[in-house]
Design a protein around this ligand. Sequence first.
Ligand SMILES: [Zn+2]
Length: 281
Amino acid sequence: MKKLVLLILTVCVLTSCAPARTFDDNGKLNVCASFYAMYDFARTIGADDINLYNMTPSGAEPHDYEPTAADMARLNDADIFIYHGGIDSWAEEIIDTLPETVRVVHAPELISTYYPDDPHTWLSPLNTELEFNAVCMAFESADEANADKYRARADEYTARINELDAEYKNAGFAGKTLFVSHGAYGYLCGELGMEQFALDSISGESDPSPAQMAEMVKTIDEKDAECIFYDPLDTSKLADAAASEAGVRTEPLSTFENDSEERDYVTVMRENLERLKSALN
Ligand SMILES: [Zn+2]
């Protein structure tokens, strides 16, 4: 927190002594997104009609990330800031310090079921549809001249997310157990009638104890599981250790917390679906 206060002070000093780094002066809506999933939703809806900046750089793990002073200066200059909460904790701490000119969008605001210990709402396609709507409504009201274009893009992509949702629901995963290193799939598992067994939720910050490891291996054996999935943004160390004890394999499964620029939500979620099908069916 001390670091964050320092960061805010630095921003105040920067903004009062020198012009802040700003967006291109092209008359478009200036949008900041707190991390990759939010950035991806905004670019799908906004396309070339907005100036968009991702506050969490490529390759960074958003749970632990804190933006730079220059990024914070840019955020102060934005028209819209899209954040999620839970994962981008720095954002929750600074939203009250932003100028009134920054319209803050809490992407999950339309989602009725929220698990306090699992912020990864967007890994459920139905939740992502609601987040698309929240972002689209903010764009429509902030930039009425382009409102029809924002809504058309959101509707077109929401239809694709609907197809994705049907593919997940028809994949025959009900009753199965998903073994993962990072417990990010609670919303998806809840919707599909699956159970999630997450190594990080049994071990907390440390490696699992021998007793926890034995319990995990026993559960993998009981469920006749073939695979433990790890988040490619994290080390696979924990999953590898458990998999080697249990005699199963490991595979990456994206949390969409960060990704490379050319990969959008449906692409990544469909890749996840194929990995799940090959390991669970
Ligand atoms: Zn996460």
